[in-house]
Design a protein around this ligand. Structure first.
Ligand code: ATP
Length: 463
């Protein structure tokens, strides 16, 4: 939590809004919390589900050649030996010798303006010394040598806590896709190239989590492993970069706060021949939302070697057999939620000393699509009509009914949670025209819409 409090105002404002309006709460709060854990509240879960749903629609249902999967979090420990996670999924850990606080050595260098990319543990230690980097907690410049800290959470399966029963919480969803490659091929018979997509929780024992939900130890990923014929992978890498851009832009994330940054040679993982990070300019600097990696045949080759199963693909037309290459677009669901919240947040001066906080969320991901507001809560004709409209609207979208304040206050409340439309039922509705006033969140314009065509009017703007 300390991290968020020391960041720029705008992250602080987002954290406050999230708590106040039920988007995201500190985890285990009534017990004093558990550092860097967060719970999605009633509006947060709607927003996150909407994001995951639009992602699934765009990347799975709307593509010709992507199939879905939901694999187990707990996997045979051999998976993590094959994937390289047991041997090398680590960050360089240094301890402050004075206050004993622990840090990621590479991040200390980065924060001090240096470039730790591609550096060995020894080189990181040397840079920390040469740059005279001070401990962010106590100000002393005296760290231990950097050592590798494995980020996988270890736990035990069954009732005996022995090494033989030790297993890991998965640090990425990707490996469940690779281990099911053969099952998917044999059951669905896809044509090459094709992809397998999965959304699910991953766990990493991060040394320095923080910046609200940006870096946590439990998080959700939305990943695709796209299998291609060797030699075509760079074209497909470009294809998935373009698709990713299209998806972000379709939900209103564009402009100079979004960038696609290609990894330099020394930054590339040993198995990758091209990687691009999609980054957003957060209040605390540029941060990765998605990595798009061309991973060659590394993963399937390793799993073939470790499992002894044949994971080759037979190309009938060309009469050749090969291990497919893989292009992996890997998104963080929580970082995407945070990005959309930050990007949508605005404090507006309305003149005459008035202001409002508004979340300009794209209607597709807004947690509540419409609020039905009866002008008088004690007038049976208005209440009856408003309730009927609420039933009709919520039949299709998540809609709310609110009669707990004056209309101005109710508008502000809905602006703050990003509801695109407020629908007011008044005396004219029941006495004169059977129409309602629909007020639009961003422009604050008001339109009179006949009740009979309200659902189709909304559908044009929401679907
Ligand atoms: P970083 O460099 O920020 O640690 P990474 O390169 O290790 O990220 P990947 O392994 O490429 O991340 O994971 C894919 C995506 O999963 C990231 O782009 C990010 O959105 C998300 N992600 C990774 N680690 C975390 C985390 N600790 N908390 C929240 N999301 C995460």
């Amino acid at each position: 939590m300390a991290d968020t409090e020391t960041q720029g105002n705008s992250l602080k404002d987002i954290v406050a809004l999230c708590k106040r309006r039920g988007f995201i709460f500190p985890g285990s709060e009534i017990y004093g919390g558990l550092a860097n854990t967060w719970d999605y509240g009633p509006l947060g879960v709607e927003l996150k589900n909407n994001i995951k749903r639009t992602w699934w629609k765009f990347f799975v249902h709307d593509q010709d050649n992507i199939l879905g999967l939901d694999s187990a979090i707990l996997m045979n420990p051999r998976v993590w030996e094959a994937s390289g996670h047991v041997g090398s999924f680590s960050d360089p850990l240094v301890d402050c010798k004075k206050c004993r606080e622990r840090f990621r050595g590479d991040k200390l260098i980065e924060d001090a303006g240096g470039d730790p990319v591609g550096k060995t543990l020894q080189e990181i230690s040397a840079m920390i010394q040469a740059m005279k980097i001070k401990c962010p907690s106590c100000g002393t410049a005296d760290f231990t040598e950097a050592r590798a800290f494995n980020l996988m959470f270890r736990t035990f399966q069954g009732v005996v806590e022995e090494t033989s029963t030790a297993i890991y919480l998965r640090p990425e969803t990707a490996q469940g896709i690779f281990t099911n490659f053969k099952n998917v091929v044999n059951s669905l018979h896809p044509k090459m190239p094709f992809g397998i997509a999965q959304i699910g929780k991953s766990f990493r024992n991060e040394i320095t989590p923080g910046n609200f939900t940006f870096r946590t130890r439990e998080f959700e990923q939305m990943e695709i492993e796209f299998f291609v014929e060797p030699g075509t992978e760079l074209e497909w890498h470009e294809h998935w970069c373009a698709k990713s851009r299209e998806w972000f832009e379709s939900l209103g994330l564009a402009g100079d706060k979004l960038r696609f940054r290609e990894h330099a040679a020394e930054e590339l993982s040993h198995y990758s021949n091209k990687t691009t990070d999609v980054e957003y300019l957060f209040p605390f600097g540029w941060g990765e939302l998605e990595g798009i990696a061309s991973r060659t045949d590394f993963d399937l080759k390793r799993h073939q070697e470790f499992s002894g199963e044949d994971l080759t693909w037979f190309d009938q037309e060309k009469n050749t057999r090969y291990i497919p290459y893989v292009v992996e677009p890997s998104f963080g669901a929580d970082r995407t939620v945070l990005t959309f919240l930050i990007n949508a947040y605005a404090e507006e001066d309305l003149g005459e000393g008035k202001s409002r906080t508004v979340l300009r969320l794209h209607p597709k991901i807004a947690p509540v699509k419409a609020a039905i507001l009866p002008l008088k809560k004690n007038e049976p004709r208005i209440v009856e009509k408003a309730r009927a409209i609420h039933r009709a609207v919520r039949n299709r979208w998540n809609a709310t009914y609110d009669d707990t304040g004056g209309i101005g206050k109710l508008y502000r409340r809905q602006d703050e949670i990003g509801t695109p439309f407020c629908i007011t039922v008044d005396f004219e509705t029941v006495e004169k025209d059977n129409a309602v006033t629909v007020r639009e969140r961003d422009s604050m314009t008001q339109t009179r819409v006949p009740v009979d065509s309200l659902v189709s009017w909304l559908a044009e703007r929401l679907d």
